[in-house]
Design a protein. Structure first.
Length: 462
């Protein structure tokens, strides 16, 4: 290329085209410089049009600013802001994850713990590292097997007493006995809230049995009426008929339920079935025959047995109600008609019931001791001289100890039956309470009689 004089012109350093230079200037100049530069460019353009238009190939020498780093399309990274981001190597694979791009961590990169989570170690080039956009997948620890929890001991506390004692007692008489009372929901609620007074109903049965036994003994004394088996039959008939077979029905249903095969639902279905099965009949026979055999011994005029059973038979009816309260206090409430009694009865209810039972039985023991002394005096025609009053004192002490044992045994029986019912049926229902009443009768009577005979023999030998 030559100038107008024909001399060969030395080519200038060609860096970039004029269009590229204009773009570079626009990025580096300030707003004021851009305005002045535009004005200058317009003048130069006007001059160039007047003289000679610039050719596109012609290069213009200028100061080249620092070139922005080239961003390869394969990296998927574009500059953000006014600062230069490092070049992304083509070897690094970027894959989309969710709504943003997260670089994939290569298997060759070592993972080292950082804080509470693992973050990839930055390479020497700083290409990959933890940032606001890179969130490594959390590493979850292997599940640790939980230690088996200890079985929590169920604690129940009785609800505050509601209603008067008179209303509660009338409700119990109407519910547990054959006597009809004009009661309503208020009396039923009072009964459930004062269930610890249930032994008073047993005391009513005990008083009736005491009168019956006294009449039978008098018949035997005056007309030699046989009273051995008759006492057992009379006593059992009185308590079963007097309770309108309510508890006996629970005993039969309980027997059918415990002998059923299958899961808990099968046991519950068998207990609720109105038909009587072999399990119910068998359990009822065993319990009834045990009670009959013990009560039949009361026909003997032998002093220890005569004294013992004259008190034990009435006292047992008080303690079977205490066993029923203990079952309600330790059991789990179901959805039957006894759910209110079980849900409102707690540990306090059981101890209150045992206290009521003990007070009633101590009073009864004093009455029976005086009555037996008088009957023996009439029977033997001794009023003072040859009668041994100290023997009756020994009997009373032995029976008092047996009485304490009877209270404890009744509480234990009630708790054991309720625990068995909770495991088998899932709840302590009305049938379970009735079965507890019947099961406790021969067991409590046998325990009291055995303790009495042991203690009286020890005292007599001292």
């Amino acid at each position: 290329m030559t100038d107008e004089e024909g001399r060969e012109e030395i080519p200038k350093l060609k860096v970039m085209s004029s269009s590229d230079a204009a773009k570079a200037r626009a990025n580096t100049m300030t707003e004021e410089e851009s305005q002045s530069g535009n004005a200058t460019q317009e003048n130069q353009s006007t001059d160039g049009l007047q003289h000679e238009p610039a050719k596109p190939e012609e290069s213009v020498w200028y100061y080249q600013p620092k070139k922005e780093p080239e961003v390869r399309t394969s990296g998927g990274i574009e500059p953000s802001g006014d600062w230069s981001e490092p070049e992304v190597k083509a070897s690094q694979e970027i894959e989309p994850s969710g709504d943003r791009y997260e670089p994939e961590v290569k298997a060759s990169q070592e993972i080292e713990p950082s804080g509470d989570r693992y973050e990839p170690e930055m390479s020497a080039s700083g290409a990959i590292g933890p940032s606001d956009y890179y969130q490594p997948e959390p590493e979850y620890a292997a599940p640790v097997a939980e230690e088996p929890k200890k079985k929590e001991r169920k604690q129940k506390f009785s609800a505050p007493s509601s209603g008067s004692l008179n209303s509660a007692f009338r409700g119990m008489i109407s519910f547990f006995t054959i006597k009809k009372e004009d009661v309503g929901q208020a009396e039923m609620d009072a009964m459930e809230g004062n269930f610890h007074f249930a032994p008073l109903v047993g005391a009513v049965f005990g008083l009736v049995l005491f009168i019956e036994m006294l009449i039978l003994y008098l018949l035997n004394y005056f007309v030699n009426f046989p009273i051995g088996p008759v006492i057992g039959i009379t006593v059992l008939a009185t308590v079963l008929l007097g309770s309108k077979f309510l508890h006996f029905d629970g005993l039969v249903d309980f027997g059918d339920g415990i002998v059923a095969s299958g899961d808990r639902e099968k046991h519950v279905a068998a207990m609720k079935d109105t038909r009587v099965g072999a399990g119910g009949i068998g359990l009822a026979l065993i319990v009834t025959l045990m009670a009959f055999s013990i009560y039949s011994v009361a026909g003997s005029w032998s002093d220890p047995l005569f004294f013992a059973l004259f008190f034990i038979i009435p006292a047992t009816e008080v303690l079977v109600k205490n066993a029923m309260v203990s079952a309600a206090s330790n059991g789990t409430a179901g959805d039957g008609m006894a759910s209110g009694q079980v849900s409102k009865a707690g540990t306090d209810t059981m101890f209150k019931s045992s206290t009521v039972s003990s007070v009633v039985l101590v009073i009864g023991l004093a009455i029976v001791t005086i009555s037996i002394w008088a009957m023996n005096a009439v029977h033997t025609s001794y009023w003072a001289g040859d009668l041994m009053p100290w023997s009756y004192a020994f009997y009373a002490v032995s029976m008092f100890i047996a009485l304490i044992i009877g209270v404890v045994v009744s509480m234990v029986i009630g708790k054991m039956v309720s625990q068995f019912a909770d495991k088998t049926f899932g709840a302590t229902t009305g049938d379970v309470l009735g079965a507890t009443n019947e099961i406790a009768r021969p067991l409590v009577a046998a325990a009291m009689l055995l303790v009495f005979l042991i203690i009286i023999n020890i005292l007599m030998r001292v």
